[in-house]
Design a protein around this ligand. Structure first.
Ligand SMILES: [Zn+2]
Length: 495
């Protein structure tokens, strides 16, 4: 029975965020080694769950290495990166010889000392297994792809959808490609192309240009039997690296020139749609006016600048302040604020509280807001995911927001939690006695990922141009490593 090594390290790194991502952040969210990795991932809708199922169904013996994932946040510490990669490599070395390697990586991980963590890790894996051993890796579609990633892996398979609802399928696809390499003699050839284009998180929604027309063309390309995979990466512009931005990776059955030509063709589509990539959402006042005059709810307001899934703290107050000012009816905002949760706990259910909430982590997401209200409910913050959560690769089926408090002020409810939790599932509100379908306005700390859960119930959706670490206006950051000129930072960028 052929043996395939399976492992992954997943982190999306916001290099402008002041915090650091330590080993404890991975331990708190997802860190499993050896057999525990299989127990943790089997039967989950994650990319690694799909990869695992695909390998088992194809009759391979899976050699579990290490699987680690943490919420998007600041640079990974030197210590955490070194501990995770050396443990993964140690287990691989001990398992040699293997017939193939399947990794699930994000593609936008940056450590304090390494701009291209995935390229660096893949190079070391390649060195261990040798040039003839197939290496296939999955990537998030927010990966910033480096030439090293393309040359050290044989095939890269990125998610096609944002929100990432196709993670499991891409895991299965990666396993199927590895199977073709091992059983059918497939010798793939991959090419990378990159237009000088950075997209904010908001414009990496795959239902809108620039990514939508690229995917439409990619679907046609993939019907050609010589094309193994077409991956379209929106990139993660909140990481300042030499490889940040939009890219395309095309893998063929061996024709290198064809792979390059198709990858280049897709970058032209991206470039021709670059204007659409500059959309930054509605001003706060306009969004509030539209939400208040909407005939029915729920109106979902996306707090783009405080996008938890991009590395923001989730305690931004700009939209809460606006809702309180207009005395919004049946509105809900989730804020991460452990101190305020403690104050609400101290007061107790049914008590009146007056306290500052939010805006405490840094100075980018609005000032703390004075909240005068009643503590409606206190919980331990556990909930079971009812849909296919965007962040399922972190949580599996259970999510934990830390202790929670619901405080009501007029028609506005604030769900205070201890741990920032992306709005990937309606059970997050439902578990706190808040019925999302009955709200008039729901604020979500997200740019795109919320659409998976909230899209189907929303009467209207408005993306709001709020300030914060994940602002849609990329010109607010000081980039040092991104190759220039590039859109939207420079006017003289050309393809
Ligand atoms: Zn992503």
């Amino acid at each position: 029975m052929k043996r395939i090594a399976l492992g992954g390290i997943i982190h999306e790194t916001h290099t402008f965020a002041p915090d650091r991502t330590a080993l404890a952040d991975f331990e708190r969210q997802s860190l499993h080694e050896g057999e525990a990795l299989i127990h943790h991932l089997q039967g989950t809708p994650t990319v690694a769950g799909g990869a695992l199922d695909g390998l088992v169904q194809a009759g391979y013996q899976v050699v579990p290495l290490l699987y680690a994932a943490a919420m998007p946040s600041g640079k990974v510490t030197v210590d955490a990166y070194s501990v995770l990669t050396s443990e993964l490599l140690r287990r691989l070395r001990a398992a040699l010889p293997v017939d193939g390697v399947l990794l699930t990586l994000h593609g936008a991980m940056v450590s304090e000392s390494q701009d291209d963590c995935e390229g660096h890790l893949l190079s070391q894996v390649r060195e261990l297994v040798g040039p003839g051993c197939p290496i296939v890796s999955t990537l998030d579609m927010h990966a910033n792809v480096s030439p090293a990633m393309v040359s050290q892996a044989n095939v890269l398979v990125a998610f096609d959808q944002n929100p990432h609802l196709d993670t499991y399928e891409r895991g299965l696809e990666a396993a199927a490609i590895l199977h073709r390499m091992l059983e059918e003699g497939l010798r793939p050839s991959a090419a990378l192309a990159r237009p000088p284009l950075l997209l904010s998180a908001l414009t990496t929604w795959t239902e809108q240009p620039p990514l939508r027309p690229m995917h439409e063309r990619a679907q046609v390309m993939e019907q050609d039997p010589r094309v193994v995979n077409v991956s379209i990466l929106g990139g993660f512009a909140y990481a300042d690296t030499p490889y940040s931005g939009v890219s395309t990776v095309v893998t063929t059955t061996g024709d290198a020139a064809m792979a390059q030509q198709l990858a280049d063709e897709l970058t032209h589509i991206a470039w021709n749609n670059r204007e659409a990539g500059q959309y930054s959402g509605l001003p706060v006042g306009e969004a509030m006016r539209r939400a208040m005059s909407a005939p029915r709810g729920p109106v979902v307001l996306a707090d783009v600048g405080d996008n938890i899934g991009g590395g923001s703290p989730g305690d931004g107050t700009v939209l809460l302040q606006a809702l309180l000012e207009v005395r919004a009816p049946d509105a809900v905002v989730i804020l991460t604020d452990p101190l305020a949760v403690a104050q609400a706990y101290q007061a107790g259910t049914g008590s009146h509280v007056a306290m500052h909430v939010g805006g405490k982590v840094d100075s980018f997401h609005g000032a703390p807001v004075w909240l005068n209200g009643i503590v409606e409910r206190l919980t331990d913050g556990h909930y079971t995911i009812e849909g296919r959560d965007h962040f399922a690769q972190l949580y599996g089926r259970e999510a934990h927001m830390g202790r929670c408090a619901v405080v009501r002020s007029g028609g506005v409810r604030v769900l205070l939690n201890e741990r920032k939790t992306p709005p990937g599932d309606l059970a997050q509100l439902r578990s706190q006695g808040i019925f999302p379908e009955a709200q008039h306005i729901i604020v979500v700390k997200s740019a795109v990922a919320f659409r998976g859960a909230y899209g189907p119930i929303a009467a209207e959706v408005y993306e709001v141009n709020t300030p914060g670490l994940c602002t849609a206006d990329l010109r607010r950051f000081s980039y040092h490593k991104v190759p220039r000129p590039v859109v939207p930072l420079d006017e003289d960028a050309t393809l």
